[in-house]
Design a protein around this ligand. Structure first.
Ligand SMILES: [Zn+2]
Length: 353
């Protein structure tokens, strides 16, 4: 009998719990990721410095590298610094920018990456993509998935609550992204990877339907797990399809049209998802999504992140151009300005202002 299975690129270690950071050295040694303890650790100068002080004594073989920002130059510089030493692995300890820099640098020098996330702002902490600013704006670079993901819920609690909120919006938007994928299948015959779609959708549904809030460990656990599973779903499908549809096109449009005023990634994606669900005629789902987003303190109307309805309409109209080739409800309906205005007015009525 043929054995037809596939191997899923996924981390060796996923350690999500309160206090996980204190055991980092033991976990890496146990799993043979770093037997010698020689680690190159990338941190930020700000909040990273405090964590460094705390955990440096437990990682005597580590060399610490301060990363300036989230640009491709920062990542290339980090890779250059790291290649001067001998290390078992690179550790990215921080928020999205630090982890993305470390991901890119680790890939460049051929070392495995350990992602230690200090906030839950988006699903990039375990994804095969590094998002870095370049001369043309912002680019997405393909990289291997992290070999280990460590999330200490006590550290997450110390991060500003808006980071947690952003993660909620990003993961809930999976539901709309998968619906876009299925639409592309029906209309364009695009192949849907059922496993990737299942992982991404279940992650979104788990957070959407969880009764807890940003202050509960039980909720943070589910949110962190959902973000990690979403990243792995992207590895399974080989692209961002499971977690990025019209919701993310609207988010990119905000970023590109109003670069100085753009809100957090997950805030824009959550709003984009609630609106995209309405567009596709899933009015009940859209209203429920909006209700949950509101409960967590996330925006569901453009003015809640400082945009006028007209600016929102412009963003929706421009959105398809941000991701050529991705077929979503926006490309499907191909709405003109006046039509977007009309649907937006109906959306506002449906969710209540
Ligand atoms: Zn996202």
């Amino acid at each position: 009998m043929p054995v037809l299975t596939r191997l899923i690129p996924s981390p060796l270690v996923v350690d999500i719990r309160p206090g996980a950071l204190d055991d980092l050295g033991c976990v890496l040694a146990d799993e043979r990721i770093s037997h010698s303890g020689r680690l190159a650790i990338a941190v930020s100068g700000g909040s990273g410095a405090r964590l460094r002080e705390r955990i440096a004594p437990s990682l005597p073989g580590a060399t610490w590298y301060e990363v300036g920002g989230g640009t491709i130059d920062d990542a290339v510089r980090l890779a250059g610094d790291i290649k001067a030493g001998r290390y078992d692995a690179v550790v990215g300890l921080g928020g999205g920018k630090i982890i993305d820099c470390a991901k890119f640098a680790a890939a460049r020098v051929g070392l495995p990456l350990v992602a230690v996330a200090t906030n839950l702002a988006h699903d990039g902490l375990c994804s095969p993509v590094a998002t870095l600013d370049n001369d043309a704006g912002r680019g997405s670079y393909g990289v291997p998935n992290p070999i280990a993901v460590v999330i200490d819920l006590n550290v997450i609690r110390e991060a500003p609550v808006r980071f947690v909120r952003s993660g909620i919006g990003d993961v809930i938007s999976n539901i709309s992204a998968v619906a876009d994928w299925e639409l592309a299948h029906r209309v364009k015959g695009e192949k849907v990877d059922g496993l990737a779609a299942a992982m991404a959708r279940q992650a979104g549904e788990a957070v959407l339907r969880h009764p807890g809030g940003v202050g509960d460990d039980a909720f943070l656990q589910v949110l962190a797990e959902a973000l990690v599973l979403t990243g792995i779903a992207m590895s399974v499908s080989g692209d961002s399809r499971p977690s990025s549809g019209a919701c993310h096109e609207i988010n990119h449009a905000f970023d590109l049209l109003f670069p100085k005023r753009a809100a957090a990634h997950g805030e824009q994606c959550g709003l984009g998802a609630a609106f995209a669900m309405y567009l596709r005629g899933a009015h009940e789902e859209s209203a429920y999504m909006a209700e949950v987003l509101r409960r967590h303190g996330l925006p569901v109307l453009p003015r809640e992140i400082g945009f006028t309805p007209d600016e929102f309409v412009r963003a929706v109209e421009f959105a398809p151009e941000t991701r050529p080739g991705r077929y979503t409800i926006l490309e499907h309906l191909d709405l003109k300005t006046e039509q977007i205005k009309d649907v937006y007015a109906d959306y506002v009525k449906a969710i209540g202002s």
